[in-house]
Design a protein around this ligand. Sequence first.
Ligand SMILES: Cc1cc2nc3c(=O)[nH]c(=O)nc-3n(C[C@H](O)[C@H](O)[C@H](O)COP(=O)(O)OP(=O)(O)OC[C@H]3O[C@@H](n4cnc5c(N)ncnc54)[C@H](O)[C@@H]3O)c2cc1C
Ligand SMILES: C[S@@+](CC[C@H](N)C(=O)[O-])C[C@H]1O[C@@H](n2cnc3c(N)ncnc32)[C@H](O)[C@@H]1O
Length: 638
Amino acid sequence: MTIAFPIKQLNTLDSDISGQKVYSNNYNDIYFQADIGMAEKQHVFLKGNNLPKNWQQHAHFTIAETGFGTGLNFLNTFKLWHKNNNGKQHLHYISCELHPFKRQQLQQILVAFPELEEYSKELLEKYPTILTYGFHRLHFQQYNLTLTLIFADCVTAFEQLQANVDAWFLDGFGPSKNPNMWSDRLFRVIANLSHINTSLATFTVARKIRDGLSAVGFSINKAPGFGQKREMLTAQMGKDAVTKEKQPWAQTFKAKKAKTYAVIGAGIAGLSLADKLQQQGRKVVLFDRQHQPCLETSGNPQAMIMPALTLNDSPEARFYLTAFLYALRYYDKKYYHPVGVQQLAFSNKQKNWQNKLIERFDLPEQLLTKTEAGLFYPLAGWLDTQGHAQNMGQNLNYQQAEIIKIDRDKEQWHMQGLDGAIYTTDVLILANGMNAKKLLNGYDLPITPKHGQISYFQANDKHKQIGACSHIQLAEGYITPSWHGIQTLGATFDHIDEPICYGAASTEKDHWQRNTSLWNGTDYEDYFKSLSSHKARAGIRATTADHLPICGAIIKQSKFKLDYHDIHHGKHWKQYPLPQAVENLYVLTGLGSRGFTSAPLLAESLCNQILATPQVLSHELQKAINPNRFLFKELKRK
Ligand SMILES: Cc1cc2nc3c(=O)[nH]c(=O)nc-3n(C[C@H](O)[C@H](O)[C@H](O)COP(=O)(O)OP(=O)(O)OC[C@H]3O[C@@H](n4cnc5c(N)ncnc54)[C@H](O)[C@@H]3O)c2cc1C
Ligand SMILES: C[S@@+](CC[C@H](N)C(=O)[O-])C[C@H]1O[C@@H](n2cnc3c(N)ncnc32)[C@H](O)[C@@H]1O
């Protein structure tokens, strides 16, 4: 099976940059016409799509572009949007790019456009440092604007996208210079992402493009071009897309008639989701049995945030890499400490593993470098969980209640609290770790509890003598650098039975001995012996067999089993019906040992599903976290 977005560096192009002249030596073409580039792009793409008029009636408007290049189209749109929206609308700009510029190159190009300075500054601040294949989402919250950059060939990029596009900017290099891009497959995927009246504009009037767009349902008009160019194309879609979903079993579901939202569980998963929904202007209540967010499993003072690479290019590795890059942009710099993680080559087996990893993947050095001690992740680090939780919590509508039962009538969900109180909501999301299983009585949710403990202690001066004490040290366990004199040592990983896993976790006496023993024979052994006291915290991880979280709608499993009972005979999956969802019920759990890395991306993805806004995850990764994947695989194997 081909992987849409493999884990490797992207190639940048050989280009000449001088003032407003940017030339690609690979394509022998200009990025835009010197001196009149901005005006030409405004004419072709903004006027050609009748903007801003066309977005005025939309609460949410989506533009998609081929070829992000220097970002000039995006910045023109950004500026126009800033001056022409009613403050309640949201613009989503999606652009694909096969050869992205590095940030320094973009900076060099964009200084030549002082009229865009405010917007270039915003873009450059958020532009990805690590250029990997796949989706990179940037939020410009105060402008009600989101940018999704998809680094890949445009066909692959758009085939992996779930979105409803309102306007297209077709802007690759010209068809004679870049014939591969302007393919029938591109036109088909453009049509699949469009709806009736979706508009499109491009600078080229080449016959192949007109015919290709007509064949997939666009009606084509020639319009006056800019400056000396006689003509350009505008087009309008005449029908709704036929195929939206790729694999019916992996369908996602938007919420219906939704005015109120309840999230049960204020760990890092629920907290992040409530934040995302609220940012989209939704009325959300966050429920937890504790008096404030992140007091149970998500309550360790320092949580490590890093990718989880594997020797093969697995969905797990791709998911956590995407999540890591998203988390770097999500967490406030006040609470995220990018001190770097040093993964020690502490045994021969580990050394071999690290050597193979470096050999197999061509990874950017901002992500990972080889050092004498092992591997070093320079941007990884740890989150001050309590600082983050308090900061987020103060803006959210919080309700302390332990929910013991959920029920739905025709209209709404009802949640019963331990004290008998009843709460109602239109949309219900279970983000309460293992306890989601308990509330979903009768639904098979394949999560397994694992008890874990960290030890923490007051650092003494000896820690400064240990060379690498400024980074997180990771071997079989991990140790964090001193913060306000405190260091964290983790973590145990043990089986725990039901039903005790449903209560708050209790600490065991052996945590110190077990967590320190992982460092026997190193400089730390003496250091730990020199400490006078230590404490412990315990939590319950909700884990899954494939190490990936569970994020999406709850479906009617018995109906699905009936519909798919013969899938193991090998009938093509296309011949099977869509699953049926339990109305307005979602789950976000199974975050395992890496919840602080994955929660922001998962929250964004679930928010996109619920609100039917452009999806932050590729189809490939959405399938990998779909709650229905376990049942589908089980029926296929039967
Ligand atoms: C020892 C240890 C060390 C770890 N270290 C790291 C690390 O360094 N980095 C990292 O990324 N991850 C780490 N993890 C994993 C991480 O803690 C989890 O992935 C993450 O906390 C899961 O978050 P969550 O929001 O899904 O669940 P939880 O944090 O468990 O949140 C669930 C919330 O639901 C509430 N709740 C439960 N039932 C109900 C109910 N019926 N009604 C109302 N409220 C309810 C609970 O009070 C809780 O606040 C560690 C885990 C352990 C155990
Ligand atoms: C003319 S430039 C785009 C200019 C850009 N829209 C702007 O406003 O600055 C064309 C871009 O398309 C990119 N490109 C070329 N072929 C591509 C493909 N098959 N898929 C994605 N991007 C491609 C090039 O790398 C280049 O950056």
